[in-house]
Design a protein. Structure first.
Length: 304
């Protein structure tokens, strides 16, 4: 078996057995093909699957160096993600094809400094949710659609992909919504009346009939709404509102968690609402809340 065929088996395993999302699968495939292309160029020809067990630590470090210094150099975080993907690939080769590579354990990834989430403020979130209705270039149903999507991100803490995965049969929304997130993990998310109302308004104005299993949110021509549309919509709105570049759709999900934490919610509950596998991921929001408290203290305390 050649190395490319082994890569194909790994990607098939990720898709069918681990059920990774199409986006994650595409990213792993890109990293894997880039890795093999480098090794083929470095060794001067095609590789067999067995050759992958003989890749040296120096060759892996050379591959990382190319990623770090190329025309579009990767950040330390992206380098770490690339190395993690390759470790997963070699782990598959070891388990399924009995092709082990001990050299990989000698390679250390770059140090990645953890960064705090960058949520929008409460007033900025309100402005973003209201902005679609003020856009004269949108049909009423499109404005209602954009408002409904953004309200789901902020009101339920959903990712874009989770909001756009909703089907017509999911609406009208009840008191809770079953969401399947990363790693096919399922969680229940409470639905605020304001969120349910936004979705209802969108459905009343939607000009397209939808079957129960069709995507709930539709593009102008009737096809499924794309994540890129949501990102571009928020990009245009933040320009009109004078918001920073950090005001992205995902920042509304960050705001959901940060504002709950500031209101007294406990970390474990927020972890469950967000669908985080590890509590350490949720703990990042305490950094944001602490920073906000410090700024308020500095601005208001007479001895600051």
């Amino acid at each position: 078996m050649d190395a490319r065929a082994a890569l194909g088996l790994w990607l098939e395993h990720l898709e069918q057995e681990r059920r990774l999302s199409p986006r994650t699968l595409a990213a792993y495939g890109f990293i894997g093909r880039r890795y093999l292309a480098f090794l083929e160029g470095h060794r001067g020809g095609a590789l067999s699957a067995d050759d992958l067990g003989k890749i040296s630590a120096a060759e892996i470090r050379a591959w990382l160096a190319v990623l770090r210094q190329g025309e579009t150099p990767l950040s330390p975080r992206s380098l770490s993600q690339s190395l993690s993907a390759i470790r997963t690939f070699h782990g598959f080769l070891d388990r399924r094809l009995a092709i082990a590579n001990a050299a990989l354990a000698l390679v250390r990834g770059p140090r990645v400094k953890p960064t705090a989430p960058r949520p929008v403020t409460e007033s900025q979130a309100v402005e973003l949710l209201a902005e679609p209705g003020l856009d004269a270039g949108l049909d009423p149903w499109e404005a209602a659609r954009d408002e409904a999507v953004l309200t789901l991100l902020y009101g339920c803490g959903l990712r874009i992909s989770e909001a756009l995965s909703l089907r017509r049969c999911d609406a009208p929304l009840g008191e809770a919504l079953r969401i399947t997130g990363k790693g096919s993990k399922t969680r229940m998310v409470p639905v605020l009346p304001r969120v349910a109302q936004a979705v209802e308004t969108y459905l009343r104005t939607l000009p397209f009939p939808l079957a129960p299993d069709e995507p709930l949110f539709r593009a102008r021509r009737g096809g499924p709404l794309s994540p890129r549309h949501v990102q571009a919509t928020v990009q245009g709105m933040r320009g009109r509102l004078g918001l920073p570049d950090s005001a992205t759709p995902h920042a509304l999900r960050h705001a959901f968690a940060t504002h709950l934490l500031g209101a007294g919610a406990d970390l474990r509950s927020i972890q469950e609402l967000l669908g985080h596998a590890s509590l350490s991921t949720t703990q990042r929001y305490t950094q944001v809340d602490s920073a906000a408290l410090l700024r308020a203290y500095t601005a208001a305390h007479p001895r600051s």
